[in-house]
Design a protein around this ligand. Sequence first.
Ligand code: CA
Length: 252
Amino acid sequence: MTDLKERPEPEWERDATAQRCVWDDGAHMNEQPVIVLVEDDPNIADLVDMYLRQDGYRVYQAADGQRGLELVKTRAPRLVILDVGLPGAFDGLEVCKRLRAESDIPIIMLTARDDEIDRVLGLEMGADDYVTKPFSPRELVARVKAILRRAEATPRTPSIVTAGAVEVDLGRREARLEGTVIPLAVREFDLLAYLAENRGLALSRRQLLDGVWGQDWVGDERTVDVHVRQLRKKFGDALPLITVWGVGYRLD
Ligand code: CA
């Protein structure tokens, strides 16, 4: 008996897909963004699933980490929602670590307790956002949209900002260190881009949260510190990212 929870789509949806395929001939114009949802509590999973589908996402569910990793490989999702507490060999943190080892796919973690938030942030797993249970499915969907919008946004005036030996290419959404592209998670790039756009200005953690995570984002200012640590780890001294004591951060 497997606890696989990937379910067939409702009939109307299958019909719609079949029809589209005739007209689009495999083109991706009307393709629904795919989300992999890894959550072992069927009540939460089904509720989130329903809200995401209502918003036009295609959802694949997994009830454990191993199955979640498989689904990410086979379904090529645009985003992963990942519960921290999962049964089996891999908990959510382990799954997050494994995903991050190979890709910068956006990840939202679901946490049940405050001390899990510490672990999500503190272990620098590279998740892009987290939501604490109990949460409103609407809020989760809003975060999904915000992350995907940001991941796909192209600035109107693409430009490259150079800071130290690091080039931040806002148009291509790439950061290069001496010509080599450094892989960054979505939020890491967003933070770096925001600092680059405001180069030379000291920005408070609150300003950074508002600018990068959005004004409706509710969470801990330590999130900024964690992402700054990640950037420093990836670029080292080549990135002139300065701590402004009592304020926040500045990119020189
Ligand atoms: Ca759980």
